[in-house]
Design a binder for this molecule. Structure first.
Ligand code: SF4
Length: 587
C-alpha cells in the first residue's frame, strides 16, 4: 500500500499486514480499518487530516471475472459520516498490476498534482496545467504525456470536485463513477487531480492453474446463461420500475402509473436503440456498459456513456422527464464534470418542487422555467450545477445544503439522509410483498454510509463487497465458489465462517468510525416521504408506512449491537480480534 502526504509531497510504502488482509479482505474493509487508524474523530472532511483512500480487492488485476472494483473511502464531506463509494472500470486492475492494493492520501498539496503509479514506481506530478480541465480532456492529456499506453487507467477529478461541490466524484475510464459520499470534494480540497496506474503483468496468485481454470469456467457459465444485463445493462427494467413503485417519481410523492407519461420511453429497449457499441470493465464476461449516440436535435452527441438505471430514475422518474435524449445529455455532463448522477438528478427534482411552490422564481433560476418534465431546463440546471454557476452554485452541494440556504419551508422537499440523496429504489415496495422486511429502508438508514443502495445487508454480502467483486457477477460466487476463488488467489484457506466473520468485522469498523464521530442511531432518520409518513393515497405503495423504529431495532439486535447507542458488543469485538483501538475508543 502507499501512503502519500500531499502537504510534504512524500510517498511512503505501507506494508499490507497479513492479519489486516485476512480480517478485512480488501476494498471498503481494509479502507475503513486503515482510515480509522490514521485519523482521529472530528477531523474536517475537507481538511488536511482527512485520509482519502483508493482501495482494491484481492481479485484486482487477476483473471478472476468481476474482481475489478475499487472503493474511494474517507470521511464524507456530504454526510460528515464514514463515506465510501464504489466504481468499476479498469483502474483497480491496473493499480494492482502496478504492485499496490491501495493508495491513501493525507494533507493538502500546495499546487495541483496527480499520482502516477507505474509498475512498482510512484511519483507525484504537477497537474497545474490540468486544473480547470474537464474529465475527458484531463484523461486524454494525462495519457498523452505518459506515452499514450491504452492500458493506463485513472480516477480523475473534474471541475465540480475542484470547486468542492459536495456531490462531486472522480470518474474512471470516462464513465465509471464512485459517485456517492462526495469524495470528489475531498480530492478537490487536497488538490489531487488524478490517481493514474499502469501495470504490465497479471497480479501474481497462489495457484495460477486453478485460477485460470475456475475463471474460464465462470466466464463460460455466464456466456451460456445470460441474465439480461448483457443486453441492456442496469437500465433494463426502468419503465416497469416506474410503474411498480420501485423507482421514486416526482421527488418521492408521485405515482408512476398515473403521473409518468410513457415510462417505457426510458426502458432498456429504448436506451439500446442509441447504443453504438458495448464497453466493459476489464475482462468482464457480462459487459453491461455501452456507448450511445444521439444523431440530431438539441441533445445530439457523437458518443456518450449509456445511462444506468439510477441515472434514468434520478433525471427521469424523479423529474417527471421521459425525454431519454435529455437524460443521455445530463449523464454526459455529470461524467464530464464529475458529479454523482443520483444526487444531481434528485437535486434538480428538489429545485423543481421549490419552483412549483413559489419558493424559487425565475429571478432565482437565471430565467429557467423549472417545471416537471421540462427537459431543457433540467439539462440546463445540471450544467449550471456542474459548473457552480448562478442557481447551480446554490444547488451544487445537494438538497440538504440548498434547503438550509433557501429556507422558507424548502426542507420539506429536501429528501436525503444526513445530506445524501436517496437512491432510486423505494423501500416501501418490499411491503407490497408478503412477510418482507424493509431491507432497503434499513440499509439506507443504518449503513455507515447512509443512503447506499448497494450496501449489502448480510455479513457474507459484505465479504463479497470487500473482495472488490462486482455484485452483478454475484451468481458466479455463490455457495463454496467465493471461498474457492479466494483460496486459489491468496493461498489462504477460506471457509464460509471466515466470510461471515470478515463481513461482521467490516460492519463493525465502519460503524465504529461513526460512533467515534459521536453519532448514535437517532442521528440517522429517513425523510418521511421515503417511509410513507404520510402514506401515498394512490398507486401500488398507497397506504404503506414503514415502521423503521422496529425494523432498525431488530436489525441492531440481530447484529449484536446496542439499539440505543449503536455500539457493537464489547465481548464480540474481543472475539473477532483486531479491535483493541475501537474498544479503547468506545468503552
Ligand atoms: S457487470 Fe457491468 S459493472 Fe459489473 S464488472 Fe461487468 S461490465 Fe462492470
Amino acid at each position: 500500500m502507499l501512503l502519500v502526504n500531499l502537504s510534504e509531497q512524500k510517498i511512503e510504502e505501507m506494508p499490507l499486514d497479513e492479519s489486516l488482509a485476512r480480517n478485512f479482505l480488501g476494498s471498503y474493509g481494509i479502507g475503513a480499518k486503515v482510515v480509522y487508524e490514521l485519523q482521529g474523530p472530528g477531523v474536517d472532511a475537507l481538511g488536511p487530516e482527512n485520509t482519502l483512500g483508493f482501495v482494491t480487492g484481492p481479485f484486482g488485476g487477476t483473471r478472476v471475472p468481476y474482481g475489478i472494483r475499487y472503493q474511494v473511502v474517507g470521511k464524507s464531506p456530504l454526510t460528515q459520516t464514514w463515506g465510501d463509494a464504489s466504481s468499476g472500470g479498469s483502474f483497480a486492475p491496473q493499480l494492482k498490476r502496478a504492485g499496490y492494493d491501495a493508495v491513501f492520501f493525507k494533507g493538502i498539496s500546495e499546487k495541483p498534482v496527480y499520482l502516477w503509479v507505474n509498475d512498482g514506481q510512484a511519483e507525484l506530478r504537477d497537474a497545474s496545467h490540468l486544473w480547470g480541465k474537464d474529465i475527458f480532456e484531463t484523461e486524454d492529456l494525462i495519457r498523452e504525456e505518459l506515452g499514450g499506453d491504452r492500458r493506463i487507467s485513472m480516477s480523475v477529478l473534474g471541475p465540480s470536485g475542484e470547486k468542492q461541490s459536495l456531490i462531486a466524484c472522480p470518474i474512471t475510464d470516462k464513465g465509471n463513477a464512485p459517485g456517492r459520499s462526495g469524495m470528489g470534494a475531498v480530492m478537490g480540497a487536497k488538490r489531487l487531480k488524478a490517481v493514474v496506474a499502469r501495470g504490465s503483468s497479471f497480479t501474481p496468485v497462489a495457484d495460477e492453474e486453478k485460477v485460470i481454470a475456475m475463471s474460464r469456467e465462470a466466464a463460460k457459465m455466464v456466456r451460456d446463461n445470460p441474465g439480461g444485463l448483457e443486453n441492456y445493462g442496469t437500465c433494463g427494467g426502468t419503465g416497469n420500475s416506474i410503474l411498480s413503485g420501485d423507482c421514486p417519481v416526482k421527488n418521492w410523492i408521485g405515482v408512476g402509473e398515473e403521473e409518468f407519461e410513457n415510462p417505457h420511453a426510458l426502458s432498456g429497449e429504448s436506451v439500446i436503440k442509441y447504443e453504438i457499441r458495448k464497453v466493459t470493465c476489464l475482462g468482464c464476461p457480462t459487459a453491461c456498459n455501452g456507448i450511445v449516440k444521439v444523431e440530431s436535435g438539441p441533445y445530439a452527441i457523437e458518443a456518450a456513456e449509456k445511462p444506468e438505471y439510477e441515472t434514468l430514475g434520478a433525471f427521469g422518474g424523479m423529474c417527471l422527464n421521459n425525454n431519454l435524449e435529455s437524460i443521455i445529455m445530463a449523464n454526459d455532463i455529470c461524467n464530464k464534470y464529475g458529479i454523482d448522477t443520483i444526487s444531481a438528478g434528485c437535486t434538480v427534482a428538489f429545485a423543481i418542487e421549490c419552483y412549483e411552490n413559489g419558493i424559487l422564481t425565475k429571478n432565482d433560476t437565471d430565467g429557467l422555467e423549472l417545471t416537471w418534465g421540462n427537459h431543457a431546463a433540467i439539462v440546463a440546471l445540471t450544467e449550471k450545477m456542474a459548473k457552480r454557476e448562478g442557481i447551480g452554485d446554490l444547488m451544487a452541494d445537494g438538497v440538504k445544503v440548498a434547503a438550509e440556504k433557501i429556507g422558507q419551508g424548502s426542507e420539506e422537499y429536501a429528501v436525503h439522509i444526513k445530506g445524501q440523496e436517496l437512491p432510486m429504489h423505494d423501500p416501501r415496495l418490499s411491503q407490497t410483498r408478503e412477510a418482507q422486511l424493509p431491507v432497503l429502508g434499513i440499509m439506507y438508514q443504518i449503513d455507515a454510509t447512509p443512503g447506499r443502495h448497494t450496501a449489502p445487508s448480510s455479513n457474507r454480502g459484505r465479504a463479497l463487497y470487500a473482495s472488490g467483486l462486482c455484485t452483478m457477477g454475484g451468481r458466479v460466487f455463490q455457495g463454496e465458489k467465493l471461498c474457492e476463488f479466494l483460496t486459489a488467489v491468496t493461498g489462504i484457506e477460506y471457509t464460509e465462517n471466515d466470510l461471515e466473520q470478515i463481513g461482521e468485522r467490516v460492519a463493525c469498523i465502519r460503524q465504529a468510525f461513526n460512533l467515534r464521530e459521536g453519532y448514535t442511531p437517532k442521528d440517522f432518520r429517513l425523510h418521511g416521504r421515503v417511509i410513507g409518513d404520510p402514506p401515498l393515497e394512490k398507486g401500488p405503495l398507497a397506504g404503506i408506512t414503514l415502521d423503521m423504529d422496529t425494523a432498525t431495532r431488530d436489525y441492531f439486535e440481530g447484529m449484536g449491537w446496542d439499539p440505543e447507542t449503536g455500539k457493537p458488543n464489547k465481548e464480540r469485538l474481543v472475539e473477532l480480534g483486531g479491535f483493541e483501538d475501537v474498544i479503547a475508543d468506545l468503552y
